[in-house]
Write a protein that binds this ligand. Structure first.
Ligand code: NDP
Length: 370
């Protein structure tokens, strides 16, 4: 099989005369044709670390283009204007951005600010008649998330959450395998999501701006992952918090939480969310007929993974490039990713986070009704 694949790869190269690389699962795919469809014109709100990553990734998008900015820092606006060719008329600050309603150059605003600001900013974007793309966590609790869903519905605009893993090729492959029954009856998921956080003065450790601690920021990957890997919605949760540094992690800012989710099929998930341990980016799932381990599982990639059948060999493509092209396709053509990433999906994760915090506070098992 290996030699046949080599032969076909060589044949492909010599036949067309240029070195086009075909992925093994896609050997006979036609070379790409130039894209001539609609382009999603996006303004980024919040020109921080992740906003910059998204802007860089969007340079390779076919269906989406960065055309505007909303920022509280004039010097960043200037930099971005020259770096990404953004005209002055597409630049806004947090006071005046409601005026985007009169700007036909902008179709959507990608909100990439601290979590505690997402709700109000997203609702203002919706009221300006623009599609909302909002980073995870969509808000700081389910009530806020639902208010965003309602506002976007009322304004007849889309609300999409930045769940980039829903477009990531190895993740998509594992979800397909589970849907095809290749793991048999799935019974157990383990998610470990964490890193050691630095600067104690950053907004991520400020309850008002972050809404919590590690759970809001990184634990949410294990929550969302448990749901898309197992393909079910949890019905109960138990959770335990450990706090070793109450100075750095103030009241309401979680350092480490372990939590367990129960699913209708009887499957269970056991997860860890932390801001105070390193090298934690791993998913494991096992079923009656097979298993998968992904490590790293949700970082910027390349994602690595293996199953009972061998290594996952899908290509690494910059997650945010795939996500933004995918979201454009969703908005223009209604093409959904393998797992939804709309506002309702975001609210489900927020409801689970609310229940986890409640379980920590009370010590009791919490029922979840999604
Ligand atoms: P940063 O601190 O790097 O950037 C946030 C930006 O928000 C700031 O640079 C600033 O931009 C703007 N801002 C507006 N008001 C405030 C305020 N009161 N305090 C601080 N910043 C403010 O954060 P990140 O970019 O890392 O995170 C932003 C969001 O993106 C979060 O919701 C986070 O969870 C999410 N995220 C998602 C990732 C993913 O992989 N999907 C990865 C990393 C983050 P300006 O100066 O332009 O106003």
């Amino acid at each position: 099989m290996g030699s046949r694949r080599n032969f076909i790869e060589k044949l492909t190269v010599s036949a067309v005369g240029v070195p086009i690389l075909y992925h093994s699962s896609n050997l006979f795919a036609a070379p790409e044709v130039p894209y001539e469809g609609p382009i999603l014109k996006v303004a980024i709100m919040g020109l921080g670390s992740y906003g910059t990553r998204v802007a860089e990734a969007m340079k390779d998008c076919k269906r989406a283009k960065l055309v505007g900015v909303i920022s509280g820092t004039p010097s960043k606006i200037k930099d971005w204007q020259s770096k990404y060719g953004i005209p002055k008329k597409n630049c806004y600050n947090y006071e005046n951005f409601d005026a985007i309603k009169d700007n036909a150059d902008i179709d959507a605003v990608y909100v990439i600010t601290p979590n505690g600001l997402h709700k109000d900013q997203s609702i203002r974007v919706a009221k300006a008649g623009k599609h909302v793309i909002c980073e995870k966590p969509m808000a700081i609790n389910a009530e806020e998330g639902q208010a965003m869903v309602d506002a976007c519905k009322a304004a007849n605009v889309k609300l999409l959450i930045g769940y980039r893993m829903h477009y990531e090729p190895k993740t998509v492959e594992v979800i397909k395998m589970r849907k095809n029954g290749e793991f048999g009856k799935v019974k157990f998921f383990q998610g470990q999501s964490g890193f050691t956080i630095g600067d104690p003065t950053q907004w991520r450790l400020d309850k008002k701006l972050a809404g919590g601690g590690a759970m809001m920021d990184i634990g949410i990957y294990s929550i969302n992952g448990a749901r898309y890997m197992l393909g079910e919605e949890p019905i109960w949760v138990t959770a335990q918090e450990t706090k070793t540094d109450p100075v750095k992690f103030e009241e309401g800012v979680d350092e480490t939480i372990q939590f367990q989710l129960g699913f209708p099929s009887g499957a269970v998930a056991n997860c860890l969310s932390t801001y105070n341990m390193s090298n934690l980016d791993r998913f494991f799932m096992t079923g009656s007929d097979g298993w998968v381990e992904m490590k790293p599982s949700t970082g910027y990639g390349p994602i690595k993974g293996r199953t009972h059948k061998g290594e996952l060999d899908q290509p690494h493509i910059t997650h945010q490039t795939l996500q933004m092209d995918g979201m454009a396709q969703l908005i223009f053509e209604g093409v959904q990713p393998i797992v939804p990433l709309d506002g309702e999906e975001g609210v489900k994760d927020m409801k689970i986070i609310d229940a986890i915090y409640k379980a920590v506070e009370t010590g009791d098992k919490q029922n979840i009704n999604l």
